[in-house]
Design a protein around this ligand. Structure first.
Ligand code: BES
Ligand code: MN
Ligand code: ZN
Length: 500
């Protein structure tokens, strides 16, 4: 990843110079300093707005280059807020992303933003730091393997100064946003990284490196897992040259209270060939992203540590590579999971649920958490159902579901609840073992959810099927890459709103 832009905050200068951008409120209402610049230019800004029919609608923009009467201003860009009184976090975030693309041709890589409140009082400090987060996320690029940087990369802004009325207040608030940006970018990096670089062993190393943030890290080896009886997880990694592991991250930000920890569990299949039930070759390269759940959990735990969240949380990720080999697991094999339940592995490509079965059981057994949320790029079928706009939500708890759905709307990492029931559960029964790892031809995402539910005991639990949202992500104003880092914002919001 190239270094993202750094954002600093400062007082609004009397005579702003260079590359300037600012907000424009509906009906072309400008903040004080933008209005002053317009005056100095003899009304050029307003005139341009009229000519261009620019009315400050949300996301629309107007750019004036070398405006007359403003000798020291190289360019002046206005971005419409639309009716901003009702904007929530995600609206300001996306506007921030838009700003980044507009001020691409900054003075020697340095852009400036003037974010002063309009007559409606927006943006306030909370909105300003969301804009700043949007700037950083939009600047993310995964180009570490390009030896020749693209020509004329005028877009490589390295620094943005945000001028505002309360820079001190913004600086303070921004710490949490900065921590969030780092967690999101960690998740994006992990998903984008190819599988020859990021196998289970390298992934574990990168998690260990997060100890410097204050996280406690523990890695269970294959030997450790054998002792615990985790043969569902171990079976998946049998054909790989690399050692499987279970990585545990702990953040104890609330040492006083004896509250139960929150638990986040991730599928970390660093590459999914399908194993002996091998996948077709088209788009198989995408399966380097089959650790999107683990990437999210890792990024989230990093964020919680960096912003010193007042919460106790556990992150558990199962790290394996699913390969065909002479010693790989075969279709028809029967394995015993840590829970004692046996599984007939009828398709080695339905491996994510095998990894999670042991990871979930271990997590509830050892930590007795308040809840478990697991994330997994679990089924292709979830994309048939929901496309790439919503991740699937499966849960045994209405309360947890409500909270997650609401946080999804706030952060624009949207979820859609799917059903679970005894009737669906029966579809994974088999005469040869306690269950099989595939259902019938229908409801593939639901039978996968039913499978996971058999490993959560009576812990409140939610499963997010992020196969459609964690990789090949829709392009937005804050994400122009293959991976969005889906879930980090969502779950951080869950912690902020309900558990701190
Ligand atoms: N990792 C895949 C699911 C997936 C597919 C994620 C496409 C992202 C994009 C998972 O391990 C898998 O192979 N699932 C199978 C399950 C089936 C064999 C029951 C699937 O969805 O086809
Ligand atoms: Mn698979
Ligand atoms: Zn998979």
């Amino acid at each position: 990843m190239t270094k993202p832009v750094t954002v600093t905050f400062d007082d609004i200068p009397k005579n702003p110079t260079g590359t300037i951008a600012g907000l424009c409120f509906p009906k072309t209402v400008l903040g004080d300093s933008m209005a002053a610049l317009d005056d100095q230019s003899g009304g050029t800004v307003k005139r341009a707005a009229t000519v261009e029919d620019f009315e400050g609608k949300k996301g629309t923009s107007l750019k004036l280059v070398t405006p007359s009467g403003l000798e020291k201003v190289n360019s002046l860009t206005l971005l419409g807020t639309g009716d901003s009184k009702s904007h929530d976090k995600k609206d300001w975030l996306l506007l921030g992303g838009k700003f980044y693309s507009l001020i691409g041709k900054g003075d020697k890589g340095h852009g400036t933003l003037i974010l002063e409140p309009g007559s409606d009082g927006t943006p306030d400090n909370g909105a300003i730091v969301q804009i700043a987060l949007g700037l950083i996320l939009a600047s993310y690029k995964f180009d570490k393997y390009k030896t020749k940087k693209t020509k004329g990369s005028a877009k490589s802004l390295t620094k943005i100064t945000v001028f505002c009325t309360d820079p001190k207040g913004c600086k303070k608030l921004f710490k949490a946003q900065k921590a969030l940006s780092e967690g999101i970018m960690t998740a994006r990096d992990l998903v984008n990284e190819p599988a020859n670089i990021l196998g289970p062993e390298e992934f574990a190393k990168r998690i260990e490196a997060l100890e410097k943030t204050g996280l406690e890290v523990e890695i269970l080896s294959e030997k450790d897992m054998e002792k615990l009886g985790m043969f569902a997880l171990l079976g998946v990694g049998m054909g790989s040259e690399q050692n499987s592991s279970l990585a545990i991250m702990r953040w104890n930000g609330n040492p006083k209270k004896k509250t139960k920890p929150l638990a986040f569990v991730g599928k970390g299949v660093t590459f999914d060939t399908g194993g002996i039930s091998i996948k077709p070759s088209a788009n198989m390269g995408d399966m380097k992203g089959d650790m999107g759940g683990a990437a999210c959990v890792t990024g989230l735990m990093q964020t919680l540590a960096l912003r010193k969240a007042k919460v106790n949380a556990i992150g558990v990720v199962g790290l394996v590579e699913n390969m065909p080999a002479h010693n790989a697991q075969r279709p028809g094999d029967i394995v015993t999971s840590m829970s004692g339940q046996t599984i007939e592995v009828l398709n080695t490509d339905a491996e994510g649920r095998l990894v999670l079965a042991d990871a979930l059981w271990y997590t509830q057994d050892r930590f007795k958490p308040e809840f478990m949320v697991n994330l997994a790029t679990l089924t292709g079928a979830i994309m048939v159902a929901l496309g790439k706009e919503h991740a699937g939500l499966f849960s045994n708890s209405d309360d947890l579901s409500e909270k997650l759905l609401e946080c999804g709307l706030k952060t624009d990492e949207k979820l859609w609840r799917m059903p679970l029931s005894d009737k669906y559960d029966k579809l994974i029964n088999t005469k040869n073992a306690d269950m099989k790892n595939i259902g019938g031809p229908y409801a593939g995402s639901i039978t996968a959810g039913q499978f996971l539910q058999r490993y959560v005991n009576d812990t409140p639990w939610a499963h997010l099927d992020i196969a459609g949202t964690a990789m090949g992500s829709p392009q937005t104003d804050i994400n122009r890459g293959w991976s969005s880092g889906f879930g980090v914002q969502l779950l951080n919001q869950l912690v902020v709103d309900h558990y701190e």
